[in-house]
Ligand binder design. Structure first.
Ligand SMILES: NC(=O)c1ccc[n+]([C@@H]2O[C@H](COP(=O)([O-])OP(=O)(O)OC[C@H]3O[C@@H](n4cnc5c(N)ncnc54)[C@H](OP(=O)(O)O)[C@@H]3O)[C@@H](O)[C@H]2O)c1
Length: 339
């Protein structure tokens, strides 16, 4: 990585964000999905919101889904809802609870349970969907890291570390990883989205941290970098097994992500502006299943409701100049004690 990425104007930012409210029609919908009988997908945060819809659609296509959640109870409840709503599937849904992504120790423990749940079967799809977006910048993870970076970036990278040996095998012709990002990456820091001096805000008091939106934006910029960096780090085997790793912005979607918003008028306004949660699933499943994505699309950024688009221009150049690897290595240095 050399110097700062290209600067961008407010007009460019406005234009790109405006596009989020006027996305294209879904490009890839359930009737186009392949039969997933015998395939195994792993998805985080599938108990609610977009992840729930992704789990339901995968199961409706006969997929075996492992739903990784922090609350086993919520996961089992979501499983029951899907089994009640979708009849006749040849797939299955297993729930692995206790995967609190904001705790590196709990991710490591959950990884053991996930390994048991996979039970040596080929893993075809991994969707790093779980994420958090608090309105107020009020938290530090139990490991001492800024909470959104911990949950949205560090936890998923540690989980992926444990999934790698189970996933990176030539055992199935379908191999994809989706790292769920957001258009909010536009609100990250000016230098490739990341506060390079201290991305985790360790030892920085809450009052001295930037806004929650900036921190959420940083975490979502990092997700874009992770998609490309993971593929580069494992290039030989990734090419050999034909795996594609991409990030996506699912859309502006009604979900529990806005759970912190209490005002009734704001809730009402959002229910008119935001799209139903299955639209977000269309984007994530375009990223996970569309045959349009090829091995040459490593690190592609998918926007609603299923098309490849450029992320913020400095982040786009960061995908080409090694900034993605710098971010990956930084995160790895912080999580490697839990390998
Ligand atoms: N909705 C949107 O407009 C939008 C826009 C852009 C990007 N996204 C991204 O889309 C993804 C899915 O979000 P969503 O809208 O479906 O939100 P959601 O309904 O709030 O679902 C988020 C999921 O993540 C889980 N999660 C939150 N914190 C966690 C933690 N510390 N450890 C483990 N799991 C945790 C939640 O579990 P609990 O239920 O137990 O909390 C839930 O299952 C997120 O990555 C989000 O950033 C959403």
């Amino acid at each position: 990585m050399s110097g700062k990425g290209p600067a961008f104007s407010s007009l460019y930012k406005f234009k790109e964000l405006y596009y989020s409210f006027r996305p294209s029609n879904p490009a890839y919908t359930p009737e186009q999905y392949p039969d997933l009988n015998g395939k195994l997908a792993v998805i985080t945060g599938a108990n609610t919101g977009i992840g729930f819809e992704v789990m339901k659609l995968l199961y409706s296509k006969n997929c075996n889904v492992i739903c990784i959640v922090r609350s086993q109870e919520k996961g089992l409840e979501a499983r029951k809802r899907v089994l009640d709503e979708v009849k006749g599937s040849f797939g299955s849904i297993q729930v692995v609870g206790g995967c609190e992504l904001g705790s590196l120790a709990k991710v490591r423990t959950a990884a053991n349970e996930i390994t048991k749940a996979i039970g040596g079967r080929p893993v075809c799809l991994i969707v790093h969907n779980a994420g958090v977006m608090p309105r107020a910048n009020t938290d530090t993870s139990e490991d001492g890291f800024e909470k959104m970076f911990a949950v949205n970036v560090m936890g998923p990278q540690l989980l992926q570390h444990y999934l790698d040996p189970l996933f990176l095998k030539k055992d199935d012709d379908m191999k994809r990883i989706v790292w769920v990002s957001s258009c909010a990456h536009f609100y990250g820091f000016s230098d490739y989205g990341i506060n390079w001096e201290n991305p985790t805000f360790e030892n920085v008091e809450l009052k001295d941290r930037p806004s929650a939106l900036t921190l959420y934006g940083q975490s979502k910029a990092a997700n874009i970098f992770q998609a490309k960096a993971w593929a580069t780090k494992h290039k030989a085997i990734v090419d050999n097994i034909g795996c594609v790793s991409v990030s996506c912005f699912p859309g502006l979607i009604q979900s529990d992500l806005q759970r912190d918003i209490t005002s009734s008028w704001a809730k009402k306004a959002m229910s008119t502006i935001l799209f139903k949660s299955y639209y977000g699933a269309y984007t994530e499943l375009f990223a996970a299943l569309s045959p349009k994505l090829k091995i040459t699309d490593q690190g592609a950024y998918i926007v609603p409701f299923g098309e490849i688009h450029d992320p913020r221009c400095d982040i786009k150049s960061g995908l080409e100049n090694g900034t993605d690897l710098k971010l990956w290595d930084f995160v790895e240095s912080k999580i490697s004690a839990f390998f």
